[in-house]
Write a protein that binds this ligand. Sequence first.
Ligand code: ADP
Length: 944
Amino acid sequence: MGIRSRTILIILAANFTIILIGILAGAAYVRRNIESYIETDMLVVADIADRFISSELDMLRHEAATAASRLAMAAPGEWAGILAESVGAKFIGFAVMNRNGAIAASAGAAASPNLLEHESVQAAFEGRMAFTSTIPSVDAVAFHLAVPIDGTVEYILILTLDGLYFSKLTSDYTIWKTGHIFIDDRDGYIIANNRPEWVQNRQNFLIKAQDDPQYEDVASVIKKVTAGDRGIGYYSMNGISRICAYRPISGSEEGWVLGIVAPLSESPVGDVDRGLLIIAFVCILLNIVAALIAAGFIKKPFEELAAMREAAEADSRAKSTFLAHMSHEIRTPLNTVVGLSELALGDGGQDEETVDRLEKIRASGLTILGIVNDILDISKIEAGKFELLNAAYDTPSLVNDVVTLNIVSIGERPVTFRLKLDETLPAILHGDNLRVKQIFNNLLSNAFKYTNSGEVEWSVSHESDQDGFWLISSIQDTGIGIKSEDLDKLFSDYNRVNMEANRQVEGTGLGLAITRRLVEKIGGSLTVASEYGRGTTFKVRLRQGFVAGTPIGREVADNLMGLRYMLSKRAKSETLIRPNLSYARVLVVDDIATNLEVVKGMMKPYSLKVDCVTSGAQAIDLIRAGEPCYSAVFMDHMMPNMDGLEATRIIRKEIGTMYANNIPIIALTANAIVGNKEMFLNNGFQDFISKPIDTIKLDSVLRRWVRDKKLEQDLPAKEVAAPPKKGSEETLLKGIAIKGLDMKGTLKRFSGDEGVIIEVLRSYATATGTILGNMKECLDGERLADYAIAVHGIKGSSYGICAREVASLAEALEKAARAGNLPAVRAGHETFEKTAEKLIKAIDGTLTRIKAADKPTAKAPNPELLRQLHEAVISFDMDRIDAIMADLEALRYESEPGRELMAWLREQIDNMTFEAISKLSTQELLAWAGPATDSQPEQVDNET
Ligand code: ADP
């Protein structure tokens, strides 16, 4: 319903209520007054009726007395004649009686045999004149007036009146429409009424009410009437409310009473009610008319308001879109800034000042990235586009990730970090772990940011009540604290407080605003207590789903609490600690062989097994077979014949095994369109990585979807696979420049593993040559769609090896081909082809030169040298270690584990982490290296 209609309705409803209350109050007041007038008037009418009936009774008595005195003076034989003469037309019969019965009678005289016993007749024998009540005679009721015949009490005169005599007398008098007079005898029998049948039937409501409760109301009034009171009564009969004024008949010695009864609805009260109803009706009509007229007037402001709202919504949409675009646009170059500075730092060799500058560039880039992400979060929350993605998650991993991320920020400051974990915390919970992490990260990073020296303590526990399970946490610091007047402002957007003290601290004032909204969205509470200059404590309660009762236990809690030392040491020396995933096996699907090599190469430092296929169909077959069992599938989005979406759909919908339904599938895409993420998540994928693949993103995806902490615990001492920065072929590529290729970027991407790089470049040169041929054919046949797919492939693989020039030319051609712009494709193709061919030639040339200058190869590191190295490490004999390493590194090893072992050994030795090597037995070391020759498997001795 529109706001205008609502306003009109509200006005109408308010007016109706006012009218109703006015009418009810008016009606009550007028009614009360009118009723009191009516009562007075009715009593007056009753008095008048009494006069009238009493004089009639007097007249009847007088006539009867005259007749009786004439009879007394005549002989009984003359009585009949006298009576015929002297009794008026009012009486319908007469009789003279002695105590034995009638001795003379006219037609219509009372014939009731019981008449003699009647009280009034007996009274006449005692000298008093009296009326009987109605007495049933032959076919109707009748009244009798018994009169003593003068002087004697031996004879009496009985005069008979029609039973309806008084009814007829009173029937001419009506009040209002149907109001009338009635007469009852003293026992409550109706003896005059406008309903003759009640008189004929000798109706008596006092008696009727004994059997039928519906007459109780009238009977209660009649009781008062027959008691000889004068007054007003109200009763309801047949659903009609009536008013009754009653009084005794003053001229009746028999105790007769009269009443004036009338329906209330006929009284002026009814007219008042009707009048008020008419007024109400007219008011309501006028009200509606007024509301309709007013609606016309209020329409305009409402239309203006609606237009303003629409404009505001459009603005807000534009703002969200702008923010989304801006953040995307900013993030891309920022990634370059951060990535290139990391790359430059990783290369080493710069002077101190350059390193310092590069570190600052990197740190600032990361800060801007954080701000952009925050702005994006807040705009998403504001636009209502923010959804929680709930799933089961591993609590120790969550704690570990939060600590790992934040501990780095302590830097050189004297801040002690203490983690307190409740060992009964469930190991698995259900919720949106990324958002839970974000909450803890925000609070913990603030605690570190605003604590220059002292302590930061993070405690995590839990609680259950009737509302469910609560993850409870408190983040306590002994930092600068917050002034009490600032506490209320903390959670508003872009609000920073205590700026004098925080001038040097980076921030946007969005962190706590986001945190509060996240807590609200998840369900829970966030409170803060702080003492300025002493420290701050944030307390969070988060509603989480409880999955299984297994607690994390003392050991895991202790390990996590101990981990912080290890992390804080490592944080200073390494940027990326790659977990050892040697227990895992993944499948990579991409139609371009070079892309497969790129992914394989980038995954190498994780020591996991990587299987590659070039089509969705092959991937489906492997998943359907269920063998080998993969931890995850990395699926390219755009492939000819069957694209990644379709392949994933078939895996999820058509294979039907638990394995096919649940295996994590991660999309690889070179199309960085905003909103892609949702598209993949809605189509059976768990995550997505955009190409060129970012090392950090790949790392987080592998950690999230492939890493299995339980299996990791069973691994031997090399628990953290160090990046093999310097491979055994490290000198091969050093100083070599390939025109069109950013060699530094390539080295960085593949963690300096030159063996991998050589493989990738070889594959690129071969595959790209073939694709170029296909593209030419597509162009000649004007098949732009196929052309787009082919050039898309080259774009991806060129970015993958850091051949940016070819990649960006390919990107432009892909866009033109997709837009169906044949002239543009034709115009650009030649330059592209030439550039790509030049690059392939340069790569080929380099590979040939390398091959010529290659080191001598061996199958695997020499076992004897490895044994000696192990001994030297145990005895910390640095000179011997260097000498043996030089011998070992003089060869290039064909076996992959061999190269991997050499890389690992170099890393440990450079970092002086001898313990990692000595923890392994010689046997394990030799097993890792693999057999040194194909023909004779190496004898492994059993010593450790
Ligand atoms: P910012 O990006 O500025 O850190 P936040 O929203 O996270 O934004 O915090 C808002 C303000 O609250 C900060 O500017 C800081 O003044 C104050 N604040 C937050 N956490 C703490 C803390 N642990 N100790 C002292 N002050 C804090």
